[in-house]
Design a protein around this ligand. Structure first.
Ligand SMILES: C[C@H](c1ccccc1)n1cc(-c2ncnc(N)c2C#N)cn1
Length: 285
């Protein structure tokens, strides 16, 4: 199979029949670095979680999954974390929806009182819940560049009025469904990024991964405290250890992060298993 693209935590291959193979790695990224230390089973856990969300969202829109059967020639170690998907004509817009204000959205709000041109009430702070979830699209920056916020007018100019409306509607609906279900299970989904593509028949299809802790911000609901940075459901142990004296990491010098101790690896794996089991109600095997 032909290697097409490598992201921070996933790889994309082309199969002889023209379909694509998405493979999730056991890597985790923190502070914009992909760490050297692997989190065992992370790729499988997040792949199985995404497949479960595709099932939950089947009544909202179709998805690109063909099969989870490993194709001929794929290494056995990819089992459970590789998905054969339909090749789509990808929409050139990162479709993001936010139900809470943080990260780049908070920066945009702090300087403009709006996010991607969507005006918000005054007085919001880091972690504030928004009155309604909003569509906050960005450009698809080249590797190494940063995604830039897009206004809805810019999305219209890029894909046309009708498709822009549909991107907004679908992105907010996927977010709402995910955030609602997760909230019932004690997890806040603060925001999420989805990828949409056009099928050969011309319909919009949900692609990539969906509503995972890599494509979304997951916060433990019982620790939500607006006004400060919220702890990450899955990455907080890694973040805290990396900036602790024990790690001896000179982040300011731009040094790569040190390897993670086994205990941090184990606790982080347990958080991914916990997120999967709480959301799906299924035991991770
Ligand atoms: C950003 C993402 C990516 C995934 C995995 C690794 C690195 C990047 N990506 C997805 C496609 C893509 N292209 C055509 N048809 C599709 N069904 C998909 C999907 N999913 C292109 N890039």
């Amino acid at each position: 199979m032909k290697h097409l693209h490598s992201g921070k935590v996933r790889d994309l291959y082309e199969l002889p029949g023209g379909e694509l193979l998405m493979v999730a790695r056991d890597t985790v990224s923190a502070y914009d670095f992909v760490l050297d230390t692997l989190i065992p089973d992370k790729g499988r856990i997040l792949t199985q979680l995404s497949l479960w969300w595709f099932e939950q969202l089947a009544d909202v829109l179709p998805n690109h999954v063909i099969t989870t059967e490993l194709p001929e020639g794929a290494p056995a170690e990819w089992a459970g974390r590789a998905v054969v998907v339909r090749r789509l004509d990808m929409v050139p817009v990162e479709c993001v929806a936010r139900g809470y204000l943080t990260g780049s959205g908070l920066k945009d709000y702090a300087s403009t009182g709006a996010v991607c041109g969507v005006p918000l009430p005054e007085g919001l702070v880091d972690g504030s819940r928004l009155p309604e979830p909003i569509f906050t699209p960005t450009t698809k920056a080249a590797v190494g560049d940063h995604d830039e916020p897009m206004t809805f007018a810019e999305v219209r100019a890029t894909v046309g009025d009708d498709v822009a409306e549909r991107l907004r509607g679908l992105t907010v609906e996927v977010y709402r469904r995910g955030a609602e279900l997760a909230a019932e299970r004690g997890i806040i989904v603060a925001d999420t990024k989805i990828e949409l593509g056009w099928s050969p028949e011309g319909g919009l299809v949900l692609a990539d991964e969906v509503l995972t802790p890599d494509s979304s911000r997951f916060w433990p609901a019982d620790r939500w405290t607006p006004g400060r940075s919220q702890p990450s459901f899955d990455k907080q142990f890694v973040r805290d250890w990396l900036v602790s004296p024990e790690a001896g990491w000179d982040r300011a010098a731009g040094d790569p992060p040190p390897p993670l101790p086994p205990e941090i690896v184990d606790r982080t794996r347990a958080k991914y298993v916990e997120a999967y089991e709480r959301l799906t109600g299924r035991a991770f095997v």
